[in-house]
Every structure is written in structure tokens, then in C-alpha cells.
Design a protein around this ligand. Structure first.
Ligand code: NAD
Ligand code: FES
Length: 289
């Protein structure tokens, strides 16, 4: 890392595909302590909302944290408009429990959908460090929305790519490729999936009859990220857990995905109003366009 850069400074920013931007941030102490599967909370400016972000890359030698942000609302729009050289007000972490790691004695499959692809990179790397054979499956709606193909291709023993519209790789969802692997007799012992809730639900449905240990990284609404507010409550095996301190990883076969889908939609109207107001302010020069 350049000795002149400051804590939480944006060192690099790149649009990976329309609407998805990668940031490399100076955060030496955080990346030194972080492990695969953990997350961070970012706050752009003093009056900004705190938003949880998966870790999309760790470079402890250079003190650099990578996060990949999809513009979906007011807060992500504000982050995406930040420039190289600007500093985040806060980069808090590492938070949550790391993905549980061991030699699983068979093939491990890491599954990433859309903007859920980057967090599977540190997990794939850690699984390799533990001596596992790792197959990656990544999926996007279309070829131009596929991200991290080279990064995961360089780490996984094999990488399968799917697109919903068939413009690259296997035509279908990530579950299409996972089903093909299982049907082909691959000795899958562990699956880790990150992406839309409906994707994680369908991965869990696919692996359960085969008794394949499967974990998912949940992303409910979070406020404090420290287990105090209850905003991130999820139901796991009939018990309430807080994703920020008990997760974000949970045993996929115990997650109440339907409740999570419902809770995630709770503030959709308010989120849309806040986003539209922000974009309007940007247009008339009152926001950070
Ligand atoms: P998307 O809707 O474009 O879907 C990405 C891929 O997921 C699809 O190409 C497909 O392969 C798979 N998928 C979608 N619907 C499916 C279904 N019904 N069955 C099986 N597979 C299906 O995704 P996006 O717009 O990039 O959104 C990514 C999502 O990931 C967001 O909802 C985001 O909140 C979530 N995410 C979660 C985490 C986490 O920690 N859990 C981290 C980052 C992002
Ligand atoms: Fe508040 Fe988890 S975000 S308890």
C-alpha cells in the first residue's frame, strides 16, 4: 500500500458491469483480522446510513479491503458516487462469524448469484487453503452482468458459469449447474451459497434430499450490526437468531427463507421514496452526483 494513503481512503474504484461497482479501500487493521464470510458496515458521510457489505476481497499484505456495491437505493447510490481519494466516514468490522472451514473430505461447491458472487471469492480461497477441491458456480441474468469470472477461475479447480438467457455458459440458473454436478456423481460434501434469497432457498431445496451440508450467507435488513436492535432477526430451525452476530452464515436446511423474503420487503416503499428523492436532488445539484 502506498505509505501516503489514509485510513478508509478509496484507492481504486471500477465499474464491473452496469450498476455494480468495485471499491478497493485502505483498511489495514480490518483486513489483517478479517476472515472469509465476515462482513463490514460502511458509512459514506457523517449523515449517511450505515450499510452492511459483504467482503469481496482481502489483501492483508497491502492493507486493502475490496467491496462490491450494487446501486439499489439511496445509500448505495451515495457510495457509488464517491470518488478515488475520498474517505469513508466509517468502515466497521470485521463483523459476524467467519464461514466454518475444514477439510470436508470431498468436493466443496461455492455458489454465487449476481452481486452475491464477490463474497464467494474469499470463501473459495479459504477452502483451498484447507486442502479442499473447490468447484465454483456463478450465475447472472446475462453475459454483461457476469462478474469475478477471472478471479474465481484463478482459484477454483473448476468454474461453471450460468446465464439466465444463455448468452454465456450453461443456460439457466446456478441451480441448473449444481443439479448437473450432483447428477454426474460429483462427490459434493459441502455447498456455500450467496445471492438472492430465492436462489439460496432453491440451492437448499436441491441439496437437502442428498444430505449435502449446505450453508448460506443471509443479508436481512441491519441497523447497528452489533446484536442490539433486532433488525436482522432471522428464524433458524424455529429459533430467532441475529444475522449480524450469530451469522451471517447459517445452515441452509434450517433457514425460514419465506419469512426472510417477507421481512426484506417490509420497507420497500420507504426505500423507493428515499432513492427517488436522492436522485432528484442529484439532478438539481443538491446531492453528490
Ligand atoms: P439476480 O436476480 O440477477 O440473480 C442472480 C442469479 O441468481 C441468477 O442469474 C440465477 O443464477 C440465480 N437465481 C435467481 N433467481 C433464482 C431462482 N429462483 N432459483 C435459482 N437461482 C436463482 O441477482 P442480483 O440482482 O445480482 O441480486 C443479488 C442478490 O444477492 C441481492 O438480492 C443481494 O441482496 C444479494 N446478496 C446477498 C449477499 C449475502 O450476504 N447473502 C451478499 C451480496 C448480495
Ligand atoms: Fe441490529 Fe443485527 S443489525 S441486531
Amino acid at each position: 500500500m502506498d505509505g501516503g494513503c489514509q485510513l478508509n481512503e478509496i484507492l481504486d474504484k471500477r465499474e464491473l458491469c452496469p450498476n455494480i461497482t468495485m471499491f478497493r479501500i485502505s483498511s489495514p487493521e480490518l483486513v489483517r483480522r478479517a476472515e472469509a464470510g465476515q462482513f463490514v458496515i460502511l458509512r459514506a458521510y457523517e449523515h449517511s446510513e450505515r450499510i452492511p457489505m459483504s467482503i469481496g476481497g482481502l489483501d492483508p499484505a497491502n492493507g486493502i479491503l475490496t467491496v462490491v456495491v450494487m446501486e439499489v437505493g439511496r445509500s448505495s447510490a451515495e457510495i457509488v458516487r464517491m470518488k478515488v481519494g475520498e474517505r469513508f466516514m466509517d468502515v466497521v468490522g470485521p463483523l459476524g462469524v467467519p464461514t466454518h472451514m475444514k477439510d470436508f473430505g470431498g468436493t466443496c461447491v461455492v455458489v454465487g448469484g449476481g452481486v452475491g458472487i464477490p463474497p464467494i471469492l474469499p470463501i473459495a480461497i479459504a477452502l483451498k487453503v484447507h486442502g479442499n477441491k473447490v468447484i465454483g458456480i456463478i450465475g447472472a441474468r446475462s453475459k454483461d452482468l457476469l462478474i469475478y469470472e477471472n478471479e474465481l477461475g484463478g482459484v477454483c479447480d473448476r468454474l461453471l458459469v450460468t446465464t439466465d438467457d444463455g448468452t454465456e455458459g450453461i443456460k439457466g440458473f446456478v441451480t441448473t449447474a449444481l443439479q448437473q454436478l450432483v447428477d454426474a456423481g460429483e462427490n459434493v460434501k459441502f455447498v456455500m451459497a450467496v445471492g438472492p434469497v430465492i436462489m439460496m432457498k432453491n440451492v437448499a431445496k436441491l441439496t437437502q434430499p442428498h444430505g449435502i451440508e449446505t450453508w448460506v450467507s443471509l443479508n436481512p435488513i441491519m441497523v447497528d450490526g452489533t446484536g442490539m436492535c433486532g433488525g436482522c432477526r432471522v428464524s433458524i430451525g424455529g429459533k430467532s437468531k441475529f444475522a449480524c452476530v450469530d451469522g451471517p452464515d447459517f445452515d441452509a436446511h434450517k433457514v425460514d427463507f419465506d419469512e426472510l423474503i417477507q421481512r426484506q420487503a417490509m420497507y420497500k416503499t420507504q426505500e423507493k421514496i428515499a432513492y427517488d428523492t436522492y436522485l432528484e436532488k442529484c439532478k438539481i445539484g443538491l446531492g453528490r452526483a
